[in-house]
Design a binder for this molecule. Structure first.
Ligand SMILES: *Cc1c(COP(=O)(O)O)cnc(C)c1O
Length: 494
């Protein structure tokens, strides 16, 4: 299976999956996609449902990562999913009402869905280095506003031939997130706070990626810079697995017939998770529609409804921060499938130069036949958390609540009669203070008490990765100036 950039209309630059996982983004600025989408049969889906999650993952990934052996993929998947995710990595365990099913993607070591990809991607990268004859260490550099940094640290921790440095804004992450990062274990990890905001951290990291002198120094020291960014195919491919897995589970439970269609709702930021669901449909998963759920940063709702993507708008900070995004990078992959490389290149040029592009009517109508889009403001998000708890005794985090609201709106509008699989992307405990507030409760000042209060009210257990944080020793306390020189000094000295 060869891979090409979304901007390579002539298909000149064929790459293997190991090469694209190592490289991340294409030289022309586009994103990598496989030359064709492998097909799966209903029998395949049924068989998948009888296997442990790691075997489901190995079987599905082997259709795409053809330069890895099945045994290599199985080994990566077992190390990623067999421990650290509880009994089953991606359960569709809880029911909300007649039509909604919740696919819980947060049973991993950081309690958020990014673990589903970041637990396996570093192992795929480590193998990619061997396959491409790379002698140097992959040095992962991350700027984070919270969740990605911790998930990347947990994923790369003690993985061969890699090391990772995470920069976070000193006053721009929650206390819980700070504690999660400061107590990070592993011999190849480093965490540094910077005196500035998230933009400062991101700009700083981008500058280092663009600094030829820095790269030469790192090369001499035996490493090269690499990113854990969600546009990497190695992060996207593992996300296809759980949609097929969830469907197979619903069939096994007798909730749907094999071949019956479902709708899928995804709380969306960078468009990676929902695009993985779209690929599952292209492979043959019986899906009717995808419902793209956004918070107050509703740029995708506008685009999917009108065909105009306009980033010239206000940015809101919400209680679903992982969806506070104005540039949804993975949308480029959808545009490529529907409009082709040439038009996609032009849209991205317009976005870069003017901050806006509009797709043609025929492109929009294809998009609309596959995607519905809804957004949810902060008040409705809070109401959804409390209503869902009152009505179904199910507690969701703010990101999931945005999706539940979208799914309910969609069911009201279109009444398809299909079961609706709602992706749940974070444990409510990860955003415990906002959840308590949404339930109308007082928020204790002590972090541990916040978790315990939520546990008492909901009669659920605090997830072990969060409960055990309080006994861990703090390893990283350093905070540095935000200048290029100061960040670079940190990078070079680790
Ligand atoms: C990253 C993230 C999202 C958004 O996923 P995308 O793939 O970027 O669309 C949603 N919810 C949570 C909790 C996340 O961490």
């Amino acid at each position: 299976m060869n891979y090409y950039s979304t901007r390579d209309s002539e298909r000149n630059q064929a790459k293997t999956s190991a090469e694209v996982i190592k490289q991340g983004i294409a030289d022309d600025g586009g994103l990598f996609l496989p030359e064709s989408i492998p097909e799966i049969s209903l029998d395949f889906i049924k068989e998948i449902g009888t296997l442990p999650y790691s075997e489901r993952a190995a079987k599905i990934l082997s259709l795409y990562l053809t330069d890895y052996t099945y045994d290599e993929l199985l080994d990566c998947a077992q190390k990623a999913y067999d421990t650290g995710f509880g009994d089953f990595a991606a359960p569709v365990s809880s029911l909300i009402g007649d039509d909604l099913r919740v696919l819980e993607l947060w049973h991993g070591p950081t309690c958020a869905f990014k673990d589903m990809a970041l637990q396996i991607m570093p192992r795929l990268l480590s193998l990619a280095l061997k396959k491409t004859g790379e002698q140097r260490t992959a040095y992962i550099l991350v700027a984070t506003s919270g969740d990605t940094g911790k998930a990347a640290l947990e994923g790369y921790k003690d993985v061969d031939s890699t090391k990772i440095m995470v920069f976070y804004p000193e006053d721009g992450v929650s206390d819980m997130q700070k504690m999660q990062m400061a107590t990070q274990e592993g011999g190849n990890v480093c965490v540094t706070a910077i005196k500035g905001n998230f933009d400062d951290a991101q700009t700083g990291v981008k500058k280092i990626f663009a600094d030829a002198e820095a790269k030469a120094k790192l090369d001499k020291a035996g490493s090269f810079l690499s990113s854990a960014n969600s546009i990497n195919w190695g992060r996207l491919a593992p996300q296809i697995v759980y949609y097929i897995s969830a469907y197979a589970d619903l069939v096994n439970e007798g909730d749907i017939e094999l071949g019956e269609k479902v709708d899928i709702t995804v709380p969306t930021g960078n468009f990676g998770n929902i695009f993985a669901a779209y690929l599952a449909k292209k492979m043959g998963l019986p899906v009717n529609k995808f419902i793209c759920a956004s918070n107050s940063n509703n740029i995708l709702t506008d685009f999917l409804r009108t065909g105009t993507y306009d980033r010239n708008r206000q940015f809101y900070t919400t209680m679903s921060p992982s969806m506070d995004i104005l540039i949804s990078s993975n949308l480029e992959r959808l545009l490529y499938f529907i409009a082709g490389a040439e038009k996609t290149t032009k849209y991205m040029k317009d976005l870069n130069e003017k901050g806006v592009y509009t797709v043609e009517d025929d492109v929009l109508s294809v998009i609309k036949s596959e995607f519905a889009a809804y957004c949810c403001n902060e008040e409705d998000c809070a109401k959804t958390i409390s209503n869902t708890f009152d009505k179904y005794s199910y507690i969701c985090d703010p990101h999931t609540a945005v999706a539940v609201k979208a799914a309910l709106d969609f069911v009201k509008d279109e009444n398809t009669g299909y079961k609706n699989i709602v992706a749940s992307t974070a444990s409510p405990y990860k955003f415990a203070a906002d959840v308590l507030k949404s339930l109308g409760k007082d928020i204790p000042s002590d972090m541990k008490e916040v978790l315990d209060t939520l546990s008492e009210i909901t009669k659920t257990e605090v997830p072990a990765p969060l409960a055990t944080l309080f006994g861990k020793s703090v390893r990283f306390t350093k905070s540095v100036e935000k200048s290029h020189e100061s960040l670079l000094a940190e990078v070079l000295s680790f």
